[in-house]
Design a protein around this ligand. Sequence first.
Ligand code: FES
Ligand code: FES
Length: 157
Amino acid sequence: MAIEFTVNGRRARFDGAPRMPLLWYLRDHAGLTGTKFGCGIGACGACTVLVDGAAQRSCLLPMGGLEGRGVTTIEGLARGERLHPVQQAWIEVDVAQCGYCQAGQILAAVDLLARVAEPSDQEIAALANLCRCGTYPRIRQAIRRAAELGRGGPGSR
Ligand code: FES
Ligand code: FES
């Protein structure tokens, strides 16, 4: 039976193998290559997406569990021209180096800020999304800036 769900607000339908990971679907079927394959075992976070608003590692999520759920990838985070505050903060702080881990970092940060308005260093570190380029200090700075933007702080829109 086909699985029906949404990706970035658009209805989607999948009638392939229910055990196939969502990451495969996003990259190979939907052409949403912003979500990256890193380790494939849930350890790195490069494949992080939001499912019903919660950060999930899409390499571990079987398609069969997605019936009726809403997936958001990095491609669906902005509202038209208007960037999400986390994206805006990421640009202001110039977080990315090679960029490979960054879609996952941003989506993990979106989930964290939805749960905790002003996360501590420990809460940010607990995201456990790996960055081989070592952008962790700028990620912390950008999450703080995004929190400020989300509260309507200086420079927010
Ligand atoms: S590719 Fe999914 S956690 Fe590394
Ligand atoms: S920016 Fe290169 S792996 Fe994170």
